[in-house]
Design a protein around this ligand. Structure first.
Ligand code: SF4
Length: 485
């Protein structure tokens, strides 16, 4: 009998992104703006990027006060905890997904550190691939770390570079010389908000403006919900400095080969975000259209697995001429606590989170589109659910290529052992999940879903070709399992 064992803590076997960032610098002309309220609202808009911890740090006249803890935004940032934050000029916010086994209070962000020039509050998204090397150097020089956190290491490097250089701008630029891998960072110094994006541009970071106040966010969808204007993306390799003189930037590290994570378009980002000039919704729709051309099948209805399969399903329906419809209803009110309480009974948990709409699927040939298959368990349960609801045929289509390799740049696929496509052929996976047919988007077409944008892509987890050096030895890999984002 086939065992369907693998689920993550959210019950869907998905790749998880590990952080969402936000920062605001309030202009003196915008006295009605509350940095606490704006940051709180922004973190709701970024909640999909991490539900394991949330936090806000407010900078008022160079003194920093934080509220942060394990839990989702609504669990951590309650009216009571928010009321302890002063109304300051700068705020930094963070939501985080923790890789399995590293749910730890010490890793909650923003991380606040005191150094020779005052305080730093830092929020990070990504994964530093030369972390162990830098850390060892610092430790040999006497540094003591409290955690394996990327954020702590980056703050430490900035603090040490600041001792050597006259300005924070130089220190942050020199820090960029030392860091390798994926990092988008939002940082508050006593009088400045700083944003930096690694030269590859693995993770998104963008700039918005509300009145005369600047904001930084992992995703542009946040600006719309705050009534702010989207200005532009932070360029790969760019460092932006925002203070009372406005926004300035250093572009010394720009112009290198770029590699935005392709999976941001496929699954991670919200469909109402625009990343590096491409609407995430349109990229997913393009994937669906191409999937219809690659894997056509006669059917009555095209449906998407909520949420990120829906846009691709619309594209598939458009290209195939088969009507689009709803097959699965997602319960949006099932939270993290409920997941943990019911973690033992995965089948029941999935049914509570996702229900087949029998009225739409009964006696029909269904094409169901999901964004990816990691371990196969969710697909198995979805196919089963649709059949139990009366579907005559279930054809699974996946709007990304098979995952065949680990990711070293900030998502939680660490080992080939976790990936079903490394162990089974497509035909075997089709049988494992119980579908009538299965088709993945080809790598060639996945590379085209956001064609026309002015940035290159990383597709390492699909192709095995990584655009930046990966940790070289076993020791690094073992340590990386303990590293907190
Ligand atoms: S390896 Fe995959 S998930 Fe990781 S950054 Fe590259 S495309 Fe994204």
């Amino acid at each position: 009998m086939i065992q369907h064992e693998f689920f993550d803590q959210n019950c869907f076997d998905k790749i998880n992104e590990e952080c969402g960032l936000f920062g605001i610098f309030k202009s003196d002309e915008d006295q009605s703006i509350s940095v606490v309220t704006e940051t709180y609202a922004a973190l709701f808009g970024l909640q999909h990027r991490g539900q394991e911890s949330a936090g806000i740090t407010v900078n008022k006249n160079g003194e920093f006060k934080s509220v942060k803890d394990l839990g989702s935004v609504i669990e951590v940032l309650t009216p009571k905890t928010l009321s302890t934050l002063p109304e300051g000029k700068i705020a930094v916010g963070h939501v985080r997904y923790s890789p399995r086994g590293t749910v730890d209070r010490a890793g909650t962000q923003p991380l606040v550190m005191r150094y020779s020039k005052g305080l730093l509050a830092i929020a990070h998204n990504g994964a530093i691939t030369n972390l162990m090397e830098i850390r060892s150097d610092l430790e040999l020089g006497g540094a003591i770390f409290q955690s394996f956190s990327n954020a702590e290491l980056i703050a430490y490097v900035i603090a040490t570079e600041r001792l050597k250089y006259a300005t924070i701008e130089e220190a942050v630029s020199k820090t960029m010389d030392r860091l390798k891998g994926a990092y988008s960072i939002v940082l508050s110094t006593p009088n400045m908000l700083i944003g930096m994006r690694d030269p590859n541009g693995f993770r998104p970071l963008c700039i918005g403006k509300l009145g005369n106040s600047y904001m930084l966010s992992s995703e542009s969808c946040v600006f719309e919900s705050l009534g702010a204007e989207f200005i532009r993306d932070v360029e790969p390799g760019e460092i932006v400095f925002i203070d009372d003189n406005g926004l300035n930037s250093i572009r010394d590290h720009c112009g290198k080969k770029t590699s935005l994570c392709l999976f941001e378009y496929i699954y991670i980002a919200r469909p109402d975000s625009v990343i590096d000039g491409m609407s995430v919704h349109m990229a997913r729709r393009n994937a669906g259209r191409m999937l219809a051309e690659e894997y056509p099948v006669e059917a009555d209805l095209v449906c998407g697995v909520p949420d990120s399969g829906i846009d691709a399903a619309q594209g598939y329906a458009e290209a195939s001429g088969i009507p689009y419809g709803v097959a699965l209803i997602k319960n949006k009110y099932v939270g993290r606590t409920f997941n943990r309480q019911n973690a033992e009974n995965k089948d029941r948990l999935l049914k509570i989170k996702l229900n087949a709409l029998a009225a739409n699927v009964k006696d029909k040939r269904i094409i169901i589109i999901d964004d990816s298959i990691v371990r196969g368990s969710t697909c198995y349960h979805i196919v089963k659910m649709l059949r139990e609801a009366g579907a005559k045929e279930v054809h699974m289509r996946i709007s990304s290529p098979p995952f065949l390799h680990p990711c070293y740049f900030g998502t939680d696929i660490r080992s080939k052992d976790e990936l079903i496509a490394t162990k089974m052929t497509v035909e075997e996976i089709k049988n494992y999940i119980g579908a009538d047919s299965l088709g993945y988007l080809s790598l060639e077409n996945a590379r085209k879903i956001a064609s026309g944008v002015n940035i290159g892509f990383c597709d390492g987890c699909f192709s095995g070709v990584y655009p930046a050096p990966i940790p070289e030895n076993e020791i690094d890999d073992r340590f990386s399992r303990k590293i907190m984002r």
